[in-house]
Write a protein that binds this ligand. Structure first.
Ligand code: NAP
Length: 339
């Protein structure tokens, strides 16, 4: 496999390169690209140094799989160019996720959707993937009437500039300096919470909230799933958390919920009130699973369950899901798209 990574110097890109090593991914050639300001820099993968190169049609024509993890604008531009050059794209942005001819894939859920790809495959938003995995595990047993999800999203979800902003504000505040005007978020993020991720839409939800709603429906092949969300940015560096309320069409025991979650690939349970055990962002940073805890009956509804999900947004929320898709394409001989 000849691989090109667009956005190799980014927060997701660097984890992606680490995962290529960890998973012994079978590449024969590796090309790393980033913005013009990184040209000439080098990154090491499997003890070999790679120079950052400019993206070109020539490079994409000799690439089997192009991973894009840069910005939505770059995905729109380079994704279509790579597709036209015959390179299969695995894209991290929201550019193509809801397009009908683009599979939106979490391999543990809808790997068969890869059979219909037309040269571009999207990975979901970093909060969608863990929620969809949990709902997939539970909806196979009992149909779901309604989902309410409130997220607590770390700053790495916005990329390296947001991590720098949190560090800077934190050090200014702890050394009694005047805090600089926020550049990335609409308000100070250090020692604060911001109940707005991305811009507001016509119905007063945010784009991030709409992503989690629409992407979950697409992945689960359930376009009518009633789901609502409030997405909140929190001063945490890595891992997104989600408080979820699920209403089923019949009563379901917490014992059954645990059993279903444990039987689903990629989900682990950390849940013991006697030992104060539940997943936290710090605990899950650098791990690959989706962690669930605080599983309990919802006292406000007979058929309701409440639970808490935490997942490393840079791994299963982004880079790991992308690499797993590539592994599945290779295993099924689906890398090449023939129109
Ligand atoms: N962070 C997450 O949890 C997460 C989860 C799911 C999806 N995503 C998506 O993944 C993408 C990347 O996110 P990130 O957090 O890694 O952002 P980031 O840390 O800001 O990194 C952005 C990357 O894009 C590169 N880039 C910028 N302009 C470019 C250009 N003109 N040509 C080629 N490369 C260019 C940057 O290169 P330089 O270093 O040279 O500037 C850098 O490598 C976004 O679309 C984001 O929505 C992120």
């Amino acid at each position: 496999m000849r691989i090109t990574v667009i956005g190799a110097t980014g927060t997701v890109g660097r984890i992606f390169l680490k995962l290529l090593e960890e998973r012994n991914f079978p590449y024969s050639e590796l090309n790393l690209c980033a913005s013009s300001k990184s040209l000439g820099k080098s990154l090491s993968v499997n003890n070999k140094s790679y120079k950052i190169e400019p993206v070109s049609a020539e490079l994409l024509r000799k690439t089997d799989i192009t991973f894009i993890s840069a910005t939505t604008e770059i995905s729109n531009e380079i994704g279509l160019l790579a597709q036209s050059c015959g390179s299969t794209v695995i894209d991290d942005s929201s550019a193509f996720r809801l397009k009908p001819n683009v599979p939106l894939v979490v391999p543990e859920i809808n790997v068969d959707d890869l059979y219909n790809h037309q040269g571009i495959i999207s990975i979901p938003n970093c909060t969608t993937t863990p929620l969809a995995m949990v709902l997939n595990a539970l909806s196979k047993y009992q149909s779901i009437n309604r989902v309410i999800v409130d997220t607590y999203q770390s700053v790495s979800g916005t990329g390296k500039s947001a991590i720098n902003e949190l560090h800077q504000q934190h050090s200014q505040l702890t050394s009694n300096q005047t805090i600089s005007d926020p550049q990335i978020y609409p308000h100070q993020i250090a020692f604060n919470l911001i109940p707005q991720i991305d811009v507001f839409t016509k119905n007063d939800y945010t784009k991030e909230e709409e992503k989690i709603i629409n992407e979950t429906r697409k992945i689960l092949h359930n376009s009518n799933l009633p789901i609502s969300s409030t997405c909140v940015r929190v001063p945490v560096i890595i891992s997104h958390s989600e408080a979820v309320h699920i209403e089923f069409n019949k009563e379901i025991s917490t014992k059954k919920i645990r059993e279903l979650l444990l039987n689903h690939r990629g989900i682990s349970i950390l849940d013991d009130t006697k030992t104060n055990s539940y997943p936290t962002p710090l605990q899950t940073e650098g791990t690959n699973d989706v962690y669930v805890g605080r599983i309990r009956k919802d006292v406000s509804h007979k058929n309701g369950i409440a639970l808490w999900i935490v997942c490393d947004n840079l791994r299963k929320g982004a880079a790991l899901n992308a690499i797993q898709i590539a592994e599945e394409l290779i295993e099924r001989n689906l890398v090449k798209y023939t129109p």
